[in-house]
Structures are given as structure tokens and as C-alpha cells.
Write a protein that binds this ligand. Structure first.
Ligand code: CP
Ligand code: NVA
Length: 313
């Protein structure tokens, strides 16, 4: 597999390889510091980013290369140059492209037209590089044996929910999405595909509107912002009302397993999707998660540049 376009495209063996390499990059960041010597990686973002940009640029630097950062309106795409033509041009100057944008179909089109690896750094649909950092963090805390454990995401059924359900299903985990029914629930296709992946891996996908039962006995309580980048402002009030009971509080944490951790992809809004007391508690693994954005992106670059991702497509 040339690209990393969607979480669902990864095989468990790909994920295991990426996590193992990312762990090595955590202890030895310069382990492959010649891989990109005198070479470049393009990072093109049409949405803001703190972590993904910093992690991507530093991952490229650790591999000996130079990142070329392009903001959404820097390119001629905004003036009508096609995605396909842009992909062909970027392929002549960079060894890989990390892209953050709105439509998943744009990322797919870039992948189809670029001769270099294209890595999804977040779309409205998915956030695969985040999911890998999440799983490395989970692995560090709980080890490889996750049988009997439950991993719950709370809140808006968004791109991070897709990544959470797909990656959990690939890993053979019992993953839960606790979201309100209707407009803010994960899309039916996401639930169906994740359930299919879980069937293959021995995992389990559960979607519920009952936040308390979803927290009960869980090993991970995960959440994300209620308003994602690009979400219509007109939905804000309705969303805040619908999501209020999915906010992660000390009370919700008290229903979880004794060794439960709190996770959040960040940025966070204390007092909305999570209380400050949970966010800043000893159970919170958010800084380790953020740290692993670099180690995992470094591993993705390492293996995709060497053509070592197998993928299921
Ligand atoms: N978690 C994450 O993707 O953060 P940024 O939006 O800051 O990149
Ligand atoms: N769901 C959020 C994730 C940010 C990392 C968004 O898309 O804005």
C-alpha cells in the first residue's frame, strides 16, 4: 500500500509494525536520521493544526529531511489547478505528502494521482495518524493483552470517532462509541465497516447513547471537541445540548475500571467535553498521546517510504 489514506486500510500487522517502530523512535529519535537526507516532505494543510504540523515537521527533521509546509491557500488549487495536476507536481519535489483538509475524496484523489506516499493528516471523515498515537499510548499503559478491556469514546460522532472505531476493530478490541442518537452519531457506514473489521479480528464494536453504561468498567474514556473544524456554527447550541451528558466528569470516571485512563486527541475545551479535574488528573494520558504524534508519524514515513505497508486494499 503506497498511501495511508484511511484507518480502515491498515492491516493489524501494519499497525503492529508501525507501533514497534514508533516505540523505537521514542527511545532513539535519530535511529534513521539519513533516510530523508537532502530530501523533502510536503505538508499541506487547509485547516489549522498544532500537534499534527509540529509532529510532522519534527518527524521529517528526525529522519534527516526538510519539511515544506504549505497552507491551504498557498497553492494554485485555490485558483483552479486540479488536485490531480497538483499531486503530480508535488511528487516531483517531495518524497511524501502529508495532507490535512476537508473532503476525504480530495485526499483519495491526491493518493491516486501522486507517485509518492500520501498520508492523511485529518479529514472530515478520519484521523488515522491520531489513531496510531492513541494505540501506542494504550499499549504503553495496558500492554498487549487487552482481553476483557473496554475502550470508550464519548461525544460527537466525528472523524476521531471513525479512527477510534476502525483502529480498535483492527486491533481486536472492544470499542464503544457513546454518542447521542441521530445527527451527531457516527455514520452508519462507519459502524458497519468497523463491525465487519471487528468480526475478522475478534473485536467488538458497540454504539450506544447511554454514557453511564459506556463508562461502566471501561479502561479508556476518550473524548474530542464537540465542534470540529468546518462544522456549521448553526449547529453549536443544538450540539452543546445534545452532548452535555457525554462530557467526561469525575463522576463518569468513577464508573470506569480502577486503572482507567483519560484520553483526548486535543485541542480540548475544559468545562465542555471534559472537566478540568479529569483533564489534569493523574489518570490523564493526554501529553503522552500528543508526544506520540511525532513517533508514530515518523514510523509511518519510515515504513511508507520503504514500501513496507501492506494494507487491505
Ligand atoms: N490532535 C490533533 O490532530 O491536533 P492538531 O489539530 O493540533 O493537529
Ligand atoms: N474532530 C476534531 C479533531 C481535531 C484534532 C476536528 O476535526 O476539528
Amino acid at each position: 500500500m503506497k498511501d495511508l489514506l484511511r484507518s480502515q486500510d491498515l492491516l493489524k500487522s501494519d499497525v503492529e509494525m508501525l507501533l514497534a517502530t514508533a516505540s523505537e523512535f521514542a527511545s532513539e529519535p535519530l535511529k534513521a536520521s539519513n533516510l530523508l537526507a537532502n530530501k523533502t516532505v510536503a505538508i499541506y494543510m487547509s485547516k489549522p493544526s498544532t500537534r499534527t504540523r509540529l509532529a510532522s515537521e519534527s518527524a521529517v527533521a528526525h529522519l534527516g529531511g526538510t519539511p515544506i509546509f504549505l497552507r491551504g491557500d498557498d497553492l494554485q488549487i485555490g485558483r483552479g489547478e486540479t488536485i490531480a495536476d497538483t499531486a503530480k507536481v508535488i511528487s516531483q519535489f517531495a518524497e511524501a505528502l502529508i495532507i490535512r483538509t476537508f473532503a476525504q475524496s480530495d485526499v483519495d484523489e491526491l493518493g491516486a494521482n501522486a507517485s509518492i506516499p500520501v498520508i492523511n493528516g485529518l479529514t472530515d471523515y478520519d484521523h488515522p495518524t491520531q489513531a496510531l498515537a492513541d494505540w501506542l499510548t494504550i499499549r504503553e499503559v495496558f500492554g498487549k493483552d487487552i482481553s476483557g478491556r473496554k475502550f470508550t469514546y464519548f461525544g460527537d460522532g466525528n472523524n476521531v470517532t471513525t479512527a477510534w472505531l476502525m483502529m480498535g476493530a483492527i486491533m481486536g478490541a472492544h470499542v464503544v462509541a457513546a454518542t447521542p442518537e441521530g445527527k451527531f452519531a457516527p455514520k452508519r457506514e462507519v459502524i458497519e465497516l468497523a463491525s465487519k473489521l471487528a468480526l475478522e479480528s475478534g473485536g467488538r464494536v458497540e454504539v450506544t447513547s447511554d454514557a453511564r453504561s459506556a463508562a461502566s468498567g471501561a479502561s479508556v474514556l476518550y473524548t474530542d471537541v464537540w465542534m470540529s473544524m468546518g462544522d456549521p456554527e448553526a449547529d453549536r447550541i443544538e450540539k452543546e445540548k445534545a452532548l452535555a451528558s457525554y462530557s467526561i466528569s469525575d463522576e463518569l470516571m468513577s464508573l470506569a475500571s480502577k486503572d482507567a485512563i483519560f484520553m483526548h486527541c486535543l485541542p480540548a475545551h475544559r468545562g465542555q467535553e471534559v472537566s478540568a479535574s479529569v483533564m489534569d488528573s493523574p489518570a490523564s494520558k493526554i501529553w503522552r498521546q500528543a508526544y506520540h504524534r511525532r513517533t508514530t508519524i515518523q514510523a509511518i514515513l519510515y515504513h511508507s517510504l520503504r514500501g513496507e505497508l501492506k494494507g487491505r486494499i
